[in-house]
Design a protein around this ligand. Structure first.
Ligand SMILES: Cc1ncc(COP(=O)(O)O)c(C=O)c1O
Length: 419
């Protein structure tokens, strides 16, 4: 038995079977590549689902981990350490927000944001305002797997097995201003959006819809909460997706790439929102620990010193242009969309999307498929044009072979019908 086979056999007996893993055992990474147990190198266009912004074995991350782990890994939030305020300042300056709460994961950050909205609405009610507790979330949204996050996530397959969810959530048709207006009222405490939906298929909000959400929220004192867990921290070429629209939310959430692979999330909010939270109302044992904060500071500094926002924009634009070129050649590509290094090619069939991911894997290139038909690209920010060229060449080959196979089948079918 190979080591991989041994691990697969053990996991199949010992772990909850929540994941359909690809049969690869990665043992290390360098730059934009992952290396398996046999030494084979894979070009990573997924970065651990949008996490490894600086790729693998980046010296800034290694240095921060080594230095901080020698000094202090954990203290709890009962005491001060050097990292939280320093990181909060960097995040506040870059996102336009005032205050930060640190969590460990994306879903916990989102839970914090939901709690903040309900607590703030309660505060407004105590001040005599008429505002309810309802959340308006969007169709195709994804916000995580814990109860509040799951309840504000659209797809039934994520919610129904665990019903009943958190009450008071209604879904609005994506980018449908009329539906948003019809469902908004004084009962709503927050409108929940991703500036660019990730799991839902890399779908950007329209300017009109986003602006209307801001306007409606302002009309009652409800919050506009933007989930930047996938789009944020520079992936789209700006620190946050909402900055492409010139719209500032009341609350936003960050996670995934924030600490380069060490778990960390953050809820960021305005001074007004922060009025609703007092000591003891919310908390976490691990969130914002010294190690995660030190690494996040190193990640932000590296993104800036290496000019990676500009780089993500430039290589992302190049990648998107190449995908558009492919779409002209191959009818199976229905749409190409995204911003910076958060990109998608939507295909005309779920089977083809699945096959493409598998064929890319055979060619040692990692991508994935979301929303059944959407090929998703979330590469590390350090990706170069030559890596994009390799990926495009592989996709071109796969679609050409597929088209040839389909046309052969049609010829046989056509021949049969003639006979
Ligand atoms: C937009 C968005 N929100 C929330 C989450 C949940 O984050 P986590 O998996 O860290 O809990 C994700 C994860 O994919 C996400 O893409």
């Amino acid at each position: 038995m190979t080591k991989l086979e041994q691990i697969r056999a053990a996991e199949s007996k010992l772990l909850l079977q929540t994941y359909e893993r690809n049969p690869i055992l990665f043992v290390r990474g360098e730059g934009v590549h992952l290396v398996d147990e046999g030494g084979a190198k894979f070009l990573d266009l997924l970065s651990g689902i949008g996490v490894n912004a600086l790729g693998y074995a980046h010296p800034a991350i290694e240095r921060a981990i080594v230095n901080q782990s020698r000094a202090l890994i954990h203290t709890s939030n009962l005491f001060y350490h050097e990292g939280q305020a320093e990181l909060a300042l960097r995040l506040a300056e870059r996102t336009g927000m005032d205050r930060v709460f640190f969590s460990n994961t994306g879903t916990e950050a989102w839970e914090g944001a939901l709690k903040l909205a309900r607590a703030h609405a309660g505060l407004l009610r105590s001040e005599g305002k008429h505002i309810g507790t309802k959340f308006l979330a969007l169709e195709q949204s994804f916000h995580g797997r814990t109860y509040g996050s799951m309840s504000t996530t659209y797809k039934a397959k994520y919610r129904e097995p665990f019903a009943p969810g958190v009450p008071g959530v209604e879904f609005v048709k994506f980018n449908d201003v009329a539906d948003l207006r019809a469902k908004f009222s004084n009962d709503v405490c927050a409108i929940l959006v991703e500036a660019i939906q990730g799991e839902g298929g890399i779908r950007p909000l329209t300017q009109e819809f986003f602006a209307e959400a801001r306007k409606l929220a302002d009309s009652t004192g409800a919050f506009l909460i933007v989930d930047e867990i996938q789009a944020g921290m520079g992936r789209t070429g700006k620190w946050c997706g909402y900055q492409h629209y010139g719209i500032q939310p009341d609350v936003t959430t960050l996670a995934k790439p924030i600490a380069g692979g060490i778990p960390l999330g953050a809820v960021l909010c305005t001074e007004e929102a922060a009025r609703a939270i007092h000591a003891g109302m919310h908390g976490t044992t691990f969130g914002g620990g010294p190690l995660a904060c030190a690494v996040a500071i190193a990640v932000i500094d590296a993104i800036e010193s290496e000019g990676l926002l500009k780089h993500a924009t430039e290589v992302g634009d190049y990648f998107q242009a190449q995908l558009r070129g492919l779409a002209k050649k191959h009818e199976c590509i229905r749409d190409v969309r995204g911003k910076g290094l958060m990109l998608a090619a939507e295909l005309d069939s779920a089977d083809l999307a699945k096959l493409t991911v598998a064929e890319m894997l055979k060619r040692q290139i990692l991508i994935n498929c979301t929303s059944e038909t959407v090929l998703r690209f979330l590469p590390p920010y350090i990706i170069e044009r030559k890596h994009v060229d390799d990926a495009i060449k592989a996709l071109d080959e796969i679609f050409t072979e597929k088209a040839a196979a389909v046309s052969a089948v049609h010829q046989i079918a056509g021949g049969n019908s003639l006979g």
